[in-house]
Write a protein that binds this ligand. Structure first.
Ligand SMILES: [Zn+2]
Ligand SMILES: [Zn+2]
Length: 253
């Protein structure tokens, strides 16, 4: 087994990605209650006891609110930046690892590269993980695409990519003006078009699985996200989706 991944759910009401290698099972973010996490993990054939570590991208509640309760109940190590660690309740955890954004680290046989992203949090990052020469990029919660992001996500074997909103739906949708500005701004979230642009700029010839995630329930539709991406990715290739309720079942690379 090289690398497998799944999603417990993705969207503004909670995110969690689970990654499995020969010797490790890691969770990236957890925006779910303990009960929901247990239920969703069980559907994927695991219990939180199986987890080797939780990695956290940033302190927005859809990513962090379930981290400390789960880490406390199951005595799990937590990896995050100094900025993200300022979130309430995190600093009291007994097995806390403050990561250096510019330095890769390992959890058992999974190599983790943190990637700094432009997003309106204290010290946000995303992760590129590899094991046995297979690489998965996880990229959500960023408002713009930087040269550094393009460089770090080149030549992935699998990619989970944010397709947050359709700009027209966001503009005419129900959000108050300040939230529209935040979501569509340079430190907010990727639109379908920005996600397609990113795909055009990273080299995707090795890409076996592309998963669209963090899709807004109010400002986007699955069809619009798929349409934008397919023009770049190819009409005939399978596009996976991680949604809020069902997440995504295991994919292997
Ligand atoms: Zn988010
Ligand atoms: Zn966020």
């Amino acid at each position: 087994m090289s690398l497998q991944f799944a999603s417990l759910g993705s969207g503004s009401r909670g995110n969690a990605t689970v990654i499995r290698s020969e010797n490790a099972l890691i969770l990236i973010d957890n925006g779910f209650t303990i009960k929901e996490t247990e239920r969703r993990l069980q559907q994927l054939g695991h219990s939180p006891q199986d987890l080797s570590a939780i990695l956290v991208t940033h302190e927005h509640s859809d990513h962090i609110k379930g981290v400390a309760p789960l880490a406390r109940k199951y005595q799990l190590p937590v990896y995050l930046t100094h900025g993200t660690a300022q979130y309430n309740g995190i600093s009291q955890l007994h097995d806390l690892h403050e990561i250096n954004l510019h330095r890769p680290f390992a959890v058992a046989d999974i190599e983790v590269k943190p990637v700094a992203v432009p997003h309106d949090a204290r010290e946000p990052c995303q992760f590129v993980v590899s094991s046995q020469n297979k690489t998965l990029g996880v990229l959500t919660d960023l408002g713009s695409i930087t040269p550094f992001v393009i460089e770090q996500y080149r030549l992935c074997d699998a990619l989970m990519l944010e397709c947050n909103h359709d700009p027209k739906m966001l503009a005419t949708g129900p959000y108050p003006p300040s939230l529209k500005q935040r979501v569509g701004g340079r430190w907010g979230h990727l639109s379908n078009h920005q996600a397609a642009d990113l795909l055009q700029n990273i080299e995707i010839e090795k890409l076996e699985h592309l998963v669209l995630c963090h899709i807004s329930e109010k400002n986007n539709t699955e069809a619009l996200a798929r349409d934008s991406i397919k023009t770049i990715y190819g009409e005939n290739k399978t596009l996976h989706l991680a949604d809020q309720e069902q997440g995504l079942t295991w994919l292997a690379i």
